[in-house]
Ligand binder design. Structure first.
Ligand SMILES: Nc1ncnc2c1ncn2[C@@H]1O[C@H](COP(=O)(O)OP(=O)(O)OP(=O)(O)O)[C@@H](O)[C@H]1O
Ligand SMILES: [Mg+2]
Length: 445
């Protein structure tokens, strides 16, 4: 039996906890506790229940119990503040409150799984580094650091530990959401890989989005003084996978300049800033608003490295335009397809409505062909409505519609809520939208 909740899968038969494709390394007792909570999610489990289930009835200290509960929360990206999945019911116990779906086990499911290490201290001996022989891969690496700040200098080590736990749980959650891997964590730092073991064409994009989200998530942590983080990102060819079991050598899972560049860019980044190397920027097109930080001389790297601060996702309408700008290569072939599209356009103009579904493998040229059609009919009167889906927004059902409305209303980056509302009202006033529907739209945007 498998248990699915959020992006996680708990597989008791294999004793595996996965988030997406990533296998999360957890201590045996943490796994036991999570399994016990999930299988007993219809009720509040008491301290005695947990002692019986996880420690076989032995008496353990209150703090050992609390530590395990916190570690269980951290493993699923939760913590004592949020209590999103594991809720404390005062004086009664705890309950798993996430929505769980059950499904049969499949023998193939974890074939490509790789573990995320939640904490250096809790490292198990993961199989991913040994199982894969050395490969040359293009990887985007994000090096993240939590800045504790001078105000926190005299803080009790126990409190600092709690802060680090919360930070690392945010790091793991953010990486998971953007399909990255927490490669390792050490103290107040973490290193994330995007592109290994699973590669995506938009790994640099995912890395920068994850870093920007991490900055926001760190600022939102509930701590006595606000926390800041900083991130350095670089992309490049590395050799990955060939590692030994010997503790210190495990850190050398990736060989190449890229981790070094990412770490040094992180070290020179201002608080709450994401600094990216030219190698990453080249692959991002206009997807993000950037600030040029000039060139930097980095230790151990030949030649200066140009650095950029990634400020925010840009307002570019489509990924195709953001990635290609105005520099499109000439259309090769596709005459027949373009002619077909133009014939359908003629029919539509004659009053015979047409719908065309253009589908094909990734990268085959759908967006390029659409751009050619737009260019071919540019001088003719038309109303163009464009709705774009994006892999980063699969969890936001209305994302394409919201984006379309925002562009049609002409939202600008610095618009206040009031200005946006006025623009939206002006847009909807052109249509027969009822005040009720207009109010609904304004909530979505
Ligand atoms: N017929 C063509 N002539 C010239 N360049 C092309 C042609 N078809 C595709 N390309 C180029 O190949 C690349 C991939 O094409 P495009 O982005 O249009 O693919 P896609 O099918 O829309 O991919 P995805 O499914 O990822 O959105 C782009 O750089 C595009 O300019
Ligand atoms: Mg496309």
């Amino acid at each position: 039996m498998l248990y699915f909740f959020e992006n996680f899968v708990l597989d008791p038969a294999r004793r595996e906890l996965r988030c997406g494709n990533a296998l999360i390394a957890v201590q045996p007792q943490v796994f036991d506790l999570l399994e016990y909570l999930i299988t007993n999610r219809d009720r509040v489990v008491s301290k005695d229940d947990i002692l019986e289930a996880v420690w076989g009835g032995r008496t353990v200290s209150e703090s050992a119990l609390t530590t395990r509960i916190n570690a269980t929360r951290a493993a699923v990206g939760d913590d004592g503040d949020q209590q999103r999945l594991i809720r404390t019911i005062p004086r009664k116990g705890i309950r798993f409150v996430g929505i769980v779906q059950e499904g049969p086990s499949s023998p193939h499911e974890s074939a490509a799984a790789a573990p995320v290490q939640m904490e250096t201290a809790e490292r198990t001996t993961p199989g991913w580094d040994k199982a894969k022989s050395a490969e040359r891969r293009q990887l985007t690496i994000a090096s993240c650091e939590l800045l504790l700040g001078a105000e926190n200098a005299g803080m009790d080590p126990e409190d600092i530990r709690e802060i680090l736990r919360s930070y690392h749980s945010r790091v793991a959650e953010t990486a998971c959401r953007h399909h990255g891997q927490v490669a390792h964590t050490y103290g107040n730092t973490a290193v994330l890989y995007f592109g290994y073991p699973e590669a995506h064409e938009d790994d640099p994009d995912r890395a920068v989005r994850a870093a920007l989200d991490l900055v926001a998530a760190t600022a939102a942590l509930k701590t006595p003084t606000p926390l800041q983080t900083r991130v350095g990102i670089a992309t490049g060819l590395v050799v990955v996978g060939e590692m030994t079991d010997a503790g210190s050598a495990q850190e050398r899972g990736i060989i190449g300049e890229t981790p070094n560049i990412a770490a040094q860019l992180q070290a020179l980044a201002e608080p709450d800033v994401v600094v990216i190397a030219e190698s990453t920027r080249k692959l991002l097109g206009n997807l993000f608003d950037l600030q040029d930080l000039g060139t930097k001389d980095l230790k151990g790297i030949v030649g200066p490295v140009r650095a950029w601060a990634a400020l925010r996702p840009s307002l570019a309408a489509s990924r195709f335009e953001a990635l290609h700008g105005s520099g499109l290569t000439d259309l090769v072939g596709r005459d027949e397809e373009l002619e077909l599209l133009l014939r359908r356009w003629s029919r539509a103009k004659a009053g015979e409505g047409q719908v065309i579904l253009l589908s094909g493998e990734p990268g085959i040229g759908k967006s390029r062909l659409t751009a050619a059609l737009v260019e071919a009919i540019a001088s003719e009167p038309q109303v163009r409505l464009r709705n774009f889906c994006a892999p980063q927004h699969v969890d936001s059902a209305l994302y394409p519609t919201i984006g379309q409305l925002e562009r049609a209303a002409g939202f600008a980056r610095d618009d206040t809520s009031k200005t946006k509302l006025d623009k939206l009202d002006a847009l909807l006033a052109q249509s027969a939208t009822s005040p009720h529907d207009a109010a609904l739209s304004s909530r979505s945007c």
